[in-house]
Design a protein around this ligand. Structure first.
Ligand code: SF4
Length: 436
């Protein structure tokens, strides 16, 4: 199925919003800071995106390094395929999460950051465990390699769909008894709770603006794409910048940029320019594929399909149901943040969340991109899909790919499935018109 004007647009250089350029400069500066750590003497904390304690890490003057973000960078730069195979050569199974294998393979090949300089050896590995067992195994591998201090903050799983006072208490106790004393020892910096409060205040400002941006997708046409474009929007806040002035500036800037598009009645910006007319509004569950990111996105925007909400943009924090980092209860808020991240939510909670998106964002249906090597997302997705179809009455579809392993991106298969899915939506519309 092809449409105009979207597919008729002439190919040209990748178009970037001003906010994307701003973010690129922020990321480049961060990588330079990280790779200069051996010269500047700054200490480095490796940690993961979901449940990252960036505000706390900053209280100890530590620079954060996020292995999944590095794997994504390798995927986007088409290096991850070689790294994954390198890790398999060393003995890692085909089924292991490809972020892990990309990271391990990268280490075996010189451990180079996107700026071409080697990543520093971390001073500490800080794991805030938020539902994915792979993170634990990943850090065991890194600990073997780096022989540095390891800290774990355990987050109880939200099996019953709610946060209880006991859960918060349990996590705050770990922060007070384990995490903070160890970070003080490693960094040589005394913990100052007022410093933490200041960073948390900054986080909440950026979070407000991020939510505003994501919720502009409730408009028709949506001025943003909440999956492919959303990945850029979450970059700074889910990465190294939450709690910083840079993040506050970035999200204010992004908000103004998106509001401008909304005022002008424009759709999202794609790598080929403005998307053109909006034909399908989708909710997407699951991470994207990074090795063929543009090709995958193009299959959507060429058809006028815009993603109005996605679960992946909640993997580093769920803010759209009201949670904000709260400087008045600094340790409790860190606990609540970790508890809330998407991978720590039970399947019924995930189903409710996606149903809410289908309704609030007036979406035509749900699409699941099931990631071969990510069990945290993939387990239960078929069950979720059936339940959501049943309860919403809206069509759902399932495609499969992988995060950063190019061997598992079959363009023809995905395109076929998407085309059938768009036909299904058309059919549903025709049926509703006939009934009306
Ligand atoms: S959530 Fe998925 S992608 Fe992330 S570490 Fe776990 S298995 Fe890998």
């Amino acid at each position: 199925m092809t449409t105009t004007p979207n597919s008729a647009r002439a190919a040209k250089d990748v178009e970037k919003d001003a906010s994307m350029r701003k973010q690129k400069a922020m990321m480049a500066a961060h990588y330079d800071r990280l790779t200069s750590a051996p010269e500047t003497g700054e200490k480095v904390c490796d940690t993961f995106v979901p449940g990252n304690l960036n505000e706390l890490i900053r209280c100890f003057d530590l620079v954060n390094n996020l292995p999944e973000v590095n794997a994504i960078q390798s995927g986007l730069r088409r290096l991850s395929g070689g790294y994954v195979m390198e890790a398999e050569k060393i003995g890692h199974s085909e089924d292991v999460c490809t972020y892990v294998k990309s990271d391990i393979g990268m280490m075996a090949k010189g451990n180079l950051a996107p700026n071409g300089k080697p990543f520093p050896v971390p001073d500490v590995l800080l794991l805030s465990y938020t539902g994915c067992f792979t993170f634990m195994k990943w850090f065991e591998l890194l600990r073997e390699q780096y022989k540095c201090e390891t800290i774990m903050l355990h987050t109880p799983y939200m099996g019953d769909g709610k946060i209880t006072p006991n859960m918060i208490e349990y996590m705050v106790k770990q922060l007070k008894d384990e995490v903070i004393p160890k970070l003080e020892k490693i960094s040589g910096v005394k913990f100052d709770i007022d410093r933490l409060r200041e960073y948390l205040k900054q986080s909440a400002k950026a979070e407000d603006d991020l939510v505003h941006v994501l919720q502009t997708a409730k408009n028709k046409p949506s001025p943003i794409d909440s999956y492919f474009g959303g990945i850029y929007y979450i970059g700074p806040i889910f990465g190294a910048f939450r709690g910083t002035d840079d993040a506050v500036d970035y999200y204010r800037f992004l908000r103004e940029e998106v509001d401008q598009r909304l005022a002008e009645g424009k759709g999202p910006v794609t790598p080929d320019g403005d998307m053109g007319s909006e034909r399908y509004r989708l909710v997407v569950e699951g991470p994207p594929n990074y090795t063929n990111f543009r090709q995958f996105w193009k299959m959507f925007y060429e058809e006028g399909a815009v993603v109005v909400a996605s679960s992946y943009t909640k993997v580093g924090g769920v803010y759209d149901f009201g949670f904000r980092h709260d400087p008045d209860k600094p340790l409790e808020t860190l606990a609540e943040y970790c508890l809330n991240v998407y991978t720590n939510r039970s399947l019924p909670m995930r189903i409710d969340m996606l149903l809410n998106y289908l309704d609030e964002y007036q979406a035509d249906g749900l699409l699941i991109n099931s990631i071969k090597s990510c069990n945290s997302f993939s387990a239960g997705q078929l069950l979720m899909m059936r339940e959501i179809e049943k309860r919403s009455g809206k069509p759902a579809a399932f495609v499969e790919s992988d995060l950063v392993d190019p061997r598992y991106f079959s363009a023809a298969n995905i395109k076929n499935r998407l085309e059938s899915y768009f036909q299904m939506i058309e059919q549903k519309r025709a049926n509703s018109r006939a009934v009306a």
